[in-house]
Design a protein around this ligand. Structure first.
Ligand SMILES: [Zn+2]
Length: 420
């Protein structure tokens, strides 16, 4: 490179004494001491002997182990900042940020976002395995490489997440985009919530697929994403978070996170196929979810459930649940009771959400004999039921959610309320 040009790359710089100034090397030596952001080369340090070592041409020597790709960028205008992230099992590693002076304001947010992403995803799935991370500014505002991202600040969390897939878990991201961009989008939801101190909102995501299912432009997730067509970005990016929302609605979100973490660790620096993923998740979750993977990976089917009617006789209420979609789902009913009356007696398959709301579930198997309706029998000891809601957390793909509430008048009243 011409002297005076700063280079960032995949790998660790092997010869800083030949390409950096004494001042830059002294500043770099302090990066791992704290979470502070240090300027390694400032805006006023330009040209040979100031931005870099002197001379006319310099050879920058980077070494990387266990990487599936290599990238680098260079500029004679870069400002070079650095901070650290603390990775479980590995300790502190440097984060390098190379940006042009005009972007200094937005890049002031970069250290916090990058540190959070590296530390959060290390805790969520498995520790970041590389000895450094570099984010480089330039015309490319969002592309990932091993321990190196070309990104604007807005995409930084997403691009860091790619270090888990496809950099550490070597998925075939151009064929099976959902295992790469899709899992990435899902973990971004969790990271963004954690960064702002909120709990992640995964309710409603799975249900949303009901209004998309049936679009003839949509390719199933198993269709080679290189030929994803006009709905490529939905297929590769957006559908997997909806799938994992539904999975969380069946086994619980924390079980999904634990299983995904075990999957990441088992396939670290290996090359899993979608079949490996599905079989691994079945094993980790201790449940045969073949029906789930079949529907989500190989088809574009949805659930499309409804409550047809509910009749009460004594303490027993029978609820007729209908399933018009090709994807089955567990039957999950929320039961809202009247404020007073007979004591509420729990059912074997129920849990109380509060003192007048119960959640009742039946396993997905109720659909496996091919019937389109299932009669759910509720017996809570005689307390009057005010309202019954199918899939109350919005986890299962549904074309029309208005028919998920009984009595239907309650749904209409809710719509009017929302309208005001
Ligand atoms: Zn991406």
């Amino acid at each position: 490179m011409p002297a005076g040009w700063i280079v960032g790359a995949t790998g660790v710089l092997r010869n800083p004494e030949q390409v950096l100034t004494v001042a830059a090397r002294e500043r770099l030596a302090r990066v791992l001491d704290s979470d502070e952001t240090l300027t390694i080369v400032g805006a006023d340090e330009r040209g040979p002997g100031r931005a870099t070592a002197g001379g006319s041409r310099l050879v920058w020597h980077f070494v990387a182990d266990t990487v599936n790709d290599f990238a680098w960028s260079a500029s004679d205008r870069y400002i070079w900042d650095a901070t650290r992230a603390t990775i479980p099992e590995y300790g502190a590693i440097p984060i390098h940020m190379l940006y042009t002076p005009g972007r200094a304001q937005s890049w002031s947010r970069a250290p916090g976002i990058l540190r959070h992403a590296l530390e959060f995803y290390s805790d969520l799935w498995m520790p970041y395995a590389f000895p450094q991370l570099t984010m480089a500014d330039g015309p490319e505002t969002g592309m990932e490489y091993p321990m190196f991202i070309m990104s604007g600040v807005g995409a930084a969390d997403h691009e860091v997440a790619h270090e888990w897939w496809p950099m550490m878990v070597g998925t075939n991201e151009t064929w099976y985009g959902f295992m790469d961009e899709g899992f990435d989008q899902y973990m971004n939801i969790l990271s963004n919530a954690a960064r702002t101190g909120e709990s992640p909102s995964l309710d409603g995501l799975g249900q949303r697929y009901g209004s998309i299912s049936g679009n003839e432009n949509e390719a199933p997730l198993m269709w080679n994403a290189n030929h994803g067509g006009s709905m490529y970005s939905f297929q590769a990016y957006s559908k997997a978070p909806l799938m994992l929302s539904m999975l969380g609605g069946i086994v619980g979100d924390t079980a999904v996170w634990r299983a995904m973490s075990e999957y990441a660790k088992a396939w670290r620096f290996r090359h899993p196929t979608p079949w490996d993923y599905a079989f691994f998740m079945n094993h980790a979750l201790g449940e045969d979810l073949s029906w789930f993977w079949y529907s989500w990976l190989f088809t574009t089917d949805a659930v499309d459930g409804s409550i047809q009617n509910a009749r009460t006789n004594g303490s027993v209420t029978t609820v007729v649940v209908r399933q018009d979609g090709q994807m089955p789902a567990p039957v999950v009913l929320r039961v809202d009771f009247a404020p007073t009356g007979a004591p509420i007696r729990a059912m074997q398959n129920s849990t109380m959400l509060d003192d007048r709301t119960a959640l009742v579930t039946w396993p997905v198997d109720v659909w496996f004999d091919g019937y389109r309706t299932f009669t759910a029998t509720l017996d809570f000891g005689g307390r009057a039921i005010e309202r019954i809601t199918l899939d109350p957390f919005g986890r299962f793909p549904d074309r029309d959610v208005n028919d998920n509430v009984w009595p239907r008048a309650a749904a209409a009243a809710q719509d009017n309320g929302a309208g005001r």
